[in-house]
Every structure is written in C-alpha cells, then in structure tokens.
Design a binder for this molecule. Structure first.
Ligand SMILES: NC(=O)c1ccc[n+]([C@@H]2O[C@H](COP(=O)([O-])OP(=O)(O)OC[C@H]3O[C@@H](n4cnc5c(N)ncnc54)[C@H](OP(=O)(O)O)[C@@H]3O)[C@@H](O)[C@H]2O)c1
Length: 327
C-alpha cells in the first residue's frame, strides 16, 4: 500500500510517501481501505517522537489516528461489520499498530462505527480523537450535568469545537476561551460567553460569569496558558486537563493544590478501547444536526507535512483532514 511513513522521528520533512506491505486483520479486527485521515496535534507530537512514553517506535512507522473509509475484509470473530461498510475509527495506533496516513489500516472492530448515511468521509475522519476526547472529558470524567457552568479553555480547536456543542446539548451553561478572530465562531457553537484570551482577563471574566465558581473546567490548551485555573473552580467542582505532552505543568503539585481546595483534579487521556459505541452516539448527534461538524480544511495525503506545519502552529479553527484516496 501507499503510505506516508517516517524512517526516523523529527520535523515535518521526515514524512515521506512510500510503498509498504498492506497489514492483515487479526481475529476481531477489520481491514479498512482509507478515504480520509483526520489530523490531530498528537500526530506531529508522534512524528517528533513524543509518544515513545506509550509505545516503542519501529520503522517504517506510520502516524495518524483518525480514519474514515470502507471495510475491505474482517478477521475471524467479527460479525458486526461487513466488507463494503462505510466506517470511521481512531484505529489501533494507540496500541502500536500502523496509523492512518496510509491506504489501509487495521482496527479492532469494537473501535469502529458506521458512518451515518449522507455523512462524507471528510466529515467522519474529523470526528474520532477530537470528539471522543471532548465527550469523555465532559461526561465520563467531568460528570457534567444540565444547569451546570462549564468553561472550555480552547473552544475553537478540534476538541473545543465539539466540547462546546456537547456541553450545550447536555443543557449546561458554557463559556469558552479563544482568540479574537474566533469569538463569533465560538458563540455560534453555543458558548454563552466567549472570552478573548488575548485581550481579556480570563479570571475576572469567569468570576463575573460564574460568581460561585465553575462546576467544571476543561483545559484543552495547556497549564501555562491558564495558571490560575484551579481558582476558577468552586470547591466540590471538577478541573479536567487534557494532557498535551508539551505543557502539562507540575501534575503532582496540581493534584495536591486541588485536594486542598476540595476540587476533583483529573488528567483525561482519550480512551479508545471499545469506543465504537461512543463514536456511533456522537455520529448520531451529527446526523440529527444536534451537533454540527466544525469547519474542515482538506489537503491531499502528499501534503501531510504542510498539514503538520499548520496543526503544529496551534491555531487551527475546527479540523484538518488528509484525503488519501477516492473510496
Ligand atoms: N491526551 C489526549 O488523549 C488528547 C486527545 C486529544 C487532544 N489532546 C491535546 O489537546 C490539545 C487540543 O487539541 P485540539 O485537537 O483541540 O488542538 P487544535 O485543533 O490544534 O486546537 C487549536 C486551537 O487552540 C486555540 N488556542 C491556542 N492557544 C490558546 C490559548 N492560549 N487559549 C485559548 N485557546 C487557544 C486556538 O485558537 P486561536 O486560533 O483563536 O488562538 C485553536 O483554535 C492538544 O494539545 C492535543 O494534543 C490530547
């Protein structure tokens, strides 16, 4: 198969198109012919070698989590998927398998969901990591309930674009931070209070918007950008950080400070094991227009290095997707 591989970790220039053997699905797995691969910040960090704390790098190595395409064939014991099904998945890259910047990928069948009728491959490829991480942070870890006040720090990125909408859908009151040019965008997503992190004092604005303190804070940007985060959360509330690998601060110290304030402190990494059910639920919300897809910019797979330069800048609105092939 044709794949965007790396032979060593490094800058965007290490990405190169090559022919490599097509993987085989094992028992319980599906082989997916990829139409589109979603781009996440994790991809450039992976390319740079930062995921070595989770998995060994064996070269040639293929980055990329999110994939949308068509089931080519299935391994033994898979009965919920058939060749020809249109599907999407965060794949098995988190378990060390080759990633999604390729013509084919294998994924455990319980990490795969059907693409709703009418949804494009581009759209489906934009969903998995960003939406699953946002959903799990808000509900599985953050326990968000209707009527609560939540701040999404980083409301205009891939994760934030989904999280703001999920929180509104759940009946929460939502504030979100973003840069000046994204204020209208974040309001359109459903934030009642859009906070310009470049021009406003976030702490003062939150104190005005949630005088008793936030019920839930989701930090999807990084510890150094919200140094007073804990003080924004009411005692008894929850403060969830999405681990960035680049700006997570002193994690042990932040647990201790949260305990002293009576705040539940969580670092919420995406769980992909068995995520097919959650993916299907999220796709259902998109299909019924309860949640809408963020704007998507699509580049050909051959321009993966350009996509990495863009995502690495940290100012993407919505999602970036790579077009791999016509399905
Ligand atoms: N550990 C995990 O399981 C996991 C899973 C998913 C994501 N993540 C991490 O979570 C982070 C967010 O992911 P993502 O997919 O949303 O990234 P993304 O799409 O690249 O997000 C970029 C957004 O962040 C905003 N932003 C940049 N600096 C900001 C600041 N100081 N305050 C508020 N907003 C700011 C930008 O808005 P402006 O252009 O307006 O500045 C831009 O819209 C990344 O570090 C990613 O690696 C971790």
């Amino acid at each position: 198969m044709r794949a965007m591989i790396i032979e060593r970790t490094g800058g965007p220039e290490v990405l190169q198109l090559r022919e490599v053997p097509t993987p085989e699905p094992g028992p319980g797995q599906a082989l997916i012919r990829i139409a589109c691969a979603g781009v996440n910040p994790a991809d450039w960090k992976d390319r740079q070698g930062m995921l070595a704390i989770y998995q060994p790098y064996r070269f040639p190595y293929i980055v990329g989590f999110d994939a949308a395409g068509v089931v080519e064939r299935v391994g033994a014991g898979v009965d919920g998927l058939r060749p020809g099904d249109r599907v999407f998945t965060p794949g098995n890259h988190g378990q060390g398998a080759w990633g999604s910047y390729a013509e084919y990928l294998v994924a455990d069948a319980d990490r795969v969901a059907l693409i709703p009728p009418g949804m494009s491959f581009e759209a489906a490829a934009a969903i998995p990591v960003a939406a699953l991480t946002g959903w799990q942070a808000l509900f599985d870890r953050g326990g968000l309930k209707a009527g609560q006040r939540v701040l999404i720090h980083g409301g205009s990125g891939g994760l934030g674009s989904f999280a703001v909408q999920f929180a509104r859908w759940a009946g929460a009151a939502v504030a979100a931070t973003c840069g000046t040019s994204n204020l209208d965008y974040v309001r359109e997503l459903g934030a009642q209070r859009a906070i310009d992190y470049r021009r406003e004092d976030i702490a003062a604005t939150v104190a005005d918007w949630a005088p008793g303190g936030l019920d839930l804070l989701i930090d999807a940007v990084g510890a150094s950008t919200l140094p007073d985060g804990l003080a924004l959360v009411r005692p008894g509330g929850v403060f969830v950080s999405i681990p960035t690998l680049t700006d997570d601060g002193d994690i042990e110290a932040s647990f201790a400070a949260a305990a002293a304030r009576g705040v539940t402190r969580i670092f919420s990494t995406m769980t992909d094991k068995g995520c097919g059910v959650q993916l299907a639920r999220i796709a259902g919300l998109v299909a019924t227009s309860e949640v809408r897809l963020p704007p998507i910019r699509t580049l050909p797979l051959a321009q993966a290095a350009d996509a990495h330069r863009l995502i690495q800048e940290g100012h993407t609105r919505g999602k970036l997707v790579l077009k791999v092939a016509e399905p």
